[in-house]
Design a protein around this ligand. Structure first.
Ligand code: COA
Ligand code: AMP
Length: 625
């Protein structure tokens, strides 16, 4: 701890330009930026104009030049394949520079897009860094998404090349990726030049198209290439996230702001020191994986653990603690759902006691609200600081946290912490007035967003403006509701839109509703999130069948579950489907999804006066399982 949070926050508030220009000195630029932020012709903010850098150089080359070539960069631990492998900075650099040569030979240049659809294996990290080395823009698609979701992203990002693997492994289930990849390429209108497939011995892919290339074979023939300088505002990656409709939003991350924010956050939010070992037990397909499995630890010169396993069942609930002992992990970051799963299987945390976890200094939680029972259980069983922090794919790093790198503040249970320096967090009411302390409203961030946050949506500035900027002039709408208490602690109370969080995975109920509504037997439907002890939330669908449909309830349930799994993926977890005679609506025809959720969760109904017929809730209640 090096200072005073309030002094640091005030320094940012008083002069954001000076604050961030000062922070930009954390990284070695090829050409230093001339100013902190500026607006483009559309009014969008970009950070560190005039600066030139290369993110892969920052993650690898600089450390080698500075004498840390033999320090550990990446630890791959895979209980599902019973293997582990450690890469020094030099070894990872060799692989990345060579693979960048592969991509360059295929014509990939600065600004080209490369989609990465891979499991949690070192080559996925190599692929990301190789793109960064060339100034190409990667777009990682989570391996749990089905072909349709991948196709939608291919059509939006328009990649020249896709990197994939022959299979992923879910505990003991081998999931062949190549058939899904081929189907997605078939479904997409955009035509991909090449797919590079990493063959894993658990299931070899059939190379059935002239576009297919074998990763290992072409890697052997390539020569390493040097990093390409890019402008600070050039995109590093696009990461798609769920919005309120079926079309995901391509969050754009720019090189310059991202690199500075990653470095700053490793120190401020996580209190790490170069050389420490960081375990972010997430997936490279999510923002946590981008920021804290790959970029931030490497830019900051930590060793990062790439864990291809689950919190439980690989092989048991002590998996995380085993990894901590084996690699002397200093900080562990995961979603609360992972600890709820561990708590269920090992309520006394025997696994924690069984392993030597003395290296572990702190636990970080995000992705969903850290519920008080899980917080208390973790504190009781581990005696470690348990730190919630709140962020989104859009921001790429924590909006609110306990800024332990500056000053460890007292924890208020249920709060995600205070605003991180750089984020001017405010709570506004429906009319745009500031709420009082402890009064709930829309959580917004005053513009400009700090470095590392999205400047816009990929090729869709209009969607960025309408989704995030139009509600309150001069503010970014986070989509979360909540309040600030008297001490500036932020309490996030949940989304105010159709986005839900299932086991830390962000999903759109709007998208599920579109898919369910498209079933020929369904007249109308509502999909909404309900409470779940393990996963936080799970989706539930209420459907009204078209008149005259003779389909059995079990058949329609089965068909809808399979359609959702086929279109979105198993992670959607839509398993609760209830057939009802009618749905509750306002007089103007708006379906009252919030009241349906309240009914299922056993909460008091806040029924609007404009409802058509309130007795409908008794009717639906009698149909609930
Ligand atoms: N590829 C293919 N399928 C996947 C997948 C992947 N990468 N990830 C999940 N799935 C599948 C699962 O196998 C499961 O399939 P099933 O319904 O046929 O059994 C389904 O998607 C649901 O998965 P999940 O929600 O993960 O549930 P689970 O019961 O398998 O595991 C947890 C529960 C809590 C252990 C797990 O969700 C977890 O580890 N959560 C942590 C989440 C996380 O790290 N979030 C990132 C934000 S920090
Ligand atoms: P994602 O973009 O997948 O990271 O999901 C972002 C959303 O997850 C946020 O808008 C919140 O709704 C929720 N979220 C993330 N972290 C937290 C947290 N610490 N507390 C409460 N909600 C969170």
């Amino acid at each position: 701890m090096t200072g005073n949070y309030h002094a640091s926050y005030d320094a940012f508030k008083q002069d954001p330009q000076a604050f961030w220009l000062n922070q930009s000195k954390r990284i070695p630029w090829f050409k230093s930026p001339s100013n902190a932020y500026q607006q483009d012709n559309n009014g969008r903010y970009h950070w560190f104009a005039g600066g030139e850098l290369n993110t892969c150089y920052l993650a690898l080359d600089q450390h080698i030049e500075n004498g840390f070539a033999n320090e550990t960069a990446l630890i791959y631990d895979s209980p599902v394949t019973h293997t582990s492998q450690t890469f020094s900075y030099l070894e990872l650099h060799e692989k990345v520079a060579r693979f960048a040569g592969v991509l360059a030979d295929l014509g990939i240049e600065k600004g080209d897009r490369v989609v990465i659809y891979m499991p949690m294996i070192p080559e996925a990290v190599v692929g990301m860094l190789a793109c960064a080395r060339l100034g190409a823009i990667h777009s990682v698609v989570f391996g749990g998404f089905a072909a349709h979701e991948l196709a939608v992203r291919i059509d939006d990002a328009k990649p020249k090349v896709i990197l994939s693997a022959s299979c992923g492994i879910e505990i003991e289930r081998v999931i062949p990726y190549k058939p899904m990849l081929d189907e997605a390429i078939e479904l997409a209108s955009h035509k991909v030049q090449n797919s590079i497939i990493l063959q894993r011995e658990q299931s070899l892919a059939t190379m059935n198209s002239p576009r297919d290339l074998d990763w290992h074979l072409i890697e052997k023939e390539a020569t390493p290439v040097a990093p390409t300088p890019v402008k600070a505002e050039d995109p590093l990656y696009i990461l798609y996230t769920s919005g309120t409709t079926g079309t995901p939003k391509g969050v754009v991350r720019e090189n310059g702001g991202h690199a500075v924010a990653m470095h700053y956050s490793m120190e401020t939010v996580y209190g790490m020191k170069p050389g420490d070992v960081f375990l972010a037990a997430s997936d490279i397909g999510w923002v946590v994986g981008h920021s804290y499995i790959v970029y931030a630890p490497l830019i900051y010169r930590c060793a990062t653990v790439l864990y291809e396993g689950k919190p439980i069942r690989t092989p048991d609930a002590s998996a995380f603690w085993r990894v901590v002992e084996q690699y002397k992990v200093n900080a562990l970051f995961t979603a609360p759902t992972a600890f709820r799963a561990i708590k269920k299987e090992d309520p006394e945390a025997m696994g924690f006691k069984q392993y030597d976890t003395r290296s572990l200094k702190r636990l970080f939680l995000a992705g969903e609200r850290l519920d008080p029972p899980t917080y208390h259980w973790l504190c009781d069983k581990t005696h470690l600081p348990v730190l919630d922090h709140w962020w989104q794919t859009e921001t790429g790093w924590a909006i609110a946290c306990n800024p332990i790198g500056i000053e460890q503040l007292p924890t208020k249970v249920g709060s995600a912490g205070v605003a991180t320096p750089g984020f001017d967090v405010q709570i506004l009411d429906m009319d745009g007035n500031q709420c009082e302390a402890n009064e709930s409203g829309a959580v917004v961030i005053k513009l400009p967003l700090p470095p590392g946050c999205l400047p816009s949506i990929w090729q869709n500035d209009e969607r960025y403006a309408s989704g995030y900027l139009s509600q309150y002039d001069g503010y970014y709408l986070t989509g979360d509701g909540g309040y600030l208490d008297d001490d500036g602690n932020l309490f996030i109370m949940g989304r105010t839109d159709d986005v839900i969080n299932v086991a830390g995975h962000r999903l759109s109920t709007g998208e599920m509703e579109e898919i369910v509504a498209a079933h020929p037997a369904v007249a109308e439907c509502a999909v909404f999130g309900v409470n779940d002890q393990l996963k936080g939330q799970i989706p539930m669908a209420m459907i009204v069948l078209k008149d005259g449909q003779e389909i059995a309830q079990s058949d329609i349930e089965h068909q809808l579950i399979n359609t959702i799994r086929g279109k979105i993926g198993a992670i959607a977890c839509l398993k609760n489907i209830v057939c009802v005679e009618r749905l509750p609506k306002t007089r103007s025809g708006k379906i009252l999804r919030k009241n349906l959720r309240q009914l299922v969760d056993g909460e008091t109904l806040s029924i609007p006066s404009t409802i058509d017929d309130p007795s409908i809730f008794n009717e639906i209640q009698s149909l609930l399982p």
